[in-house]
Design a protein around this ligand. Sequence first.
Ligand SMILES: Nc1ncnc2c1ncn2[C@@H]1O[C@H](COP(=O)(O)OP(=O)(O)OP(=O)(O)O)[C@@H](O)[C@H]1O
Ligand SMILES: [Mg+2]
Length: 219
Amino acid sequence: MDKNILVLSNISKSYMQGSESISIFDNFNLTVNKGEFISITGPSGSGKTTLLNLIGLIDSIDEGEILLNAKIISSQSSEKKSEVRRNNFGFIYQNYNLFDNFSAIENITLPLILRGEAKDAASEKADKLMGIFDISHRKFHFPNSLSGGEQQRVAIARALINKPDIVIADEPTGNLDHENSLNVFKYLIDYIESEKMTLVMATHNQEWANKSDRRIDLS
Ligand SMILES: Nc1ncnc2c1ncn2[C@@H]1O[C@H](COP(=O)(O)OP(=O)(O)OP(=O)(O)O)[C@@H](O)[C@H]1O
Ligand SMILES: [Mg+2]
């Protein structure tokens, strides 16, 4: 249970803003245990999204190392990084980021199809998840005909369908009203816990941060 799944070792990251280099992380360390729910908090601009992008290999570190399951993933080729992103991470964003021209079930099966899984097997898994997230009645709907809460439950199902080692969520309920946000958070957390998945979530929501196993405050 306390096995290290993710290690950030002395990572540094700066951005050029005009002619100035702004340091966002300077020798930052973090170890995440398998099955842990980590919340990342801090004011706007403190680096929460940057940290998630570095962990998810969407952005690259300047110095240090990132290890997943004891293997260095931060200095791989971009092809290998894409493979790690596809196979080991699930991403959930504030704006859902669903594909407008794909139905709910097509959005959810996409990660499996991209991995070469047969359509029938992928649809079966998607059906099961749609039941768990209570969106089965929206199976063939397109994103623009779904409510915000439904869109986010589709996006969560898509992020979790390939049973990623680590789920990376950036303000996953930030666009929802209080009631919907509670509802979506509960579906997400219940499933993550039942599947013993690891979750790293950036949030302004103190209620969610308080429910995490550990809070990393970047302020
Ligand atoms: N691609 C980039 N180029 C230059 N600066 C960037 C880039 N991405 C982020 N930054 C800067 O890095 C800092 C951290 O940004 P980041 O988006 O990580 O903050 P955040 O904590 O997620 O904020 P919010 O709560 O508003 O989402 C900010 O000062 C931002 O302007
Ligand atoms: Mg952010």
